[in-house]
Design a protein. Structure first.
Length: 276
């Protein structure tokens, strides 16, 4: 582990959350002297602070906390990931695929946004995108739902992987939502497991001064992320305004740190610039 890269990683976490805090306090742009963070869009340190996640929590997760369809609703929400569409559809107390397809197609016909632009949703399941989402992905999930293992995020994540439309990334999005519900809020591996995506792996390779595309085995990924999480608990590593991290934040911030370093080192740039 390279000391200056480790320091940059935690600098990124502190500074990115400082930006969020200053915005909450009503301060005006730019909120930071860091030119990279001024110029480009980076996700919040904590996913729970993102706009879509806030909408889901306020409109679906809390009002329907005890509804048996909540796990399915989280899966549907992340497949679409656009609050205006989800609001028009409403919480799926009952599954009516024809009604939902009509709503989504109506939005398309009116040239209204239906899906997120935050991440790539691709598929080759046949039919239109709406038909893929409803008929090929969500209906089979509703009819034969995956088993939730209350004591384990990882085991629950694995249950989603055989389903069409649920890559490791998408399954992890759903499990992360369920972590903040009664279904997984007592999982034993909240502080010891995360699904490391390609960006997080590159972030770890940067911190350990390895070739960016070097393959890292699963157990090593987990050990290295857990070591970073342990470091975050040392006095002076995180500023006082940054809440305690979980493995989810470590994985998430490694990906964003990789984006930050690409810009700093002239290796590329994020997809979008920040528009104050």
């Amino acid at each position: 582990m390279v000391q200056n890269q480790l320091e940059r990683f935690f600098y990124y976490i502190n500074e990115r959350h400082r930006i969020w805090q200053k915005r909450q306090d009503g301060e005006k742009f730019p909120w930071t002297n860091d030119k990279i963070l001024q110029t480009y869009s980076f996700c919040n340190v904590f996913r729970e602070l993102d706009k879509v996640t806030i909408w889901l929590r306020e409109n679906w997760k809390e009002p329907y906390a005890d509804h048996p369809n909540l796990p399915f609703a989280m899966a549907m929400a992340r497949q679409i990931n656009w609050p205006s569409t989800l609001e028009e559809i409403g919480f799926p107390e009952h599954w009516n695929p024809e009604r939902i397809k009509a709503i989504m197609q109506g939005r398309m016909n009116r040239k209204e946004k239906v899906y997120t632009g935050a991440y790539m949703l691709t598929g080759t399941l046949g039919g239109t995108k709406v038909e893929q989402t409803i008929d090929k992905i969500l209906t089979p999930l509703y009819e034969s739902p995956p088993k939730i293992t209350p004591e384990s995020l990882e085991q629950t994540w694995k249950q989603y992987l055989p389903y069409a439309g649920f890559s490791g990334f998408m399954a992890y999005e759903v499990v992360t939502d369920l972590r903040h519900t009664k279904y997984l809020n007592k999982a034993e591996d909240i502080m010891t497991w995360a699904n490391a995506g390609p960006g997080a792996k590159r972030g770890l390779n940067r911190i350990y001064d390895r070739p960016l595309n070097q393959t890292i085995k699963g157990f090593q990924l987990t050990e290295e992320m857990e070591l970073l999480l342990n470091f975050s608990n040392y006095d002076g590593i995180l500023e006082k305004y940054v809440p305690n991290l979980e493995m989810r934040e470590i994985e998430h911030c490694l990906c964003e740190f990789d984006k930050y370093e690409r810009v700093r080192l002239g290796q590329g740039r994020p997809r979008s610039k920040y528009k104050p």
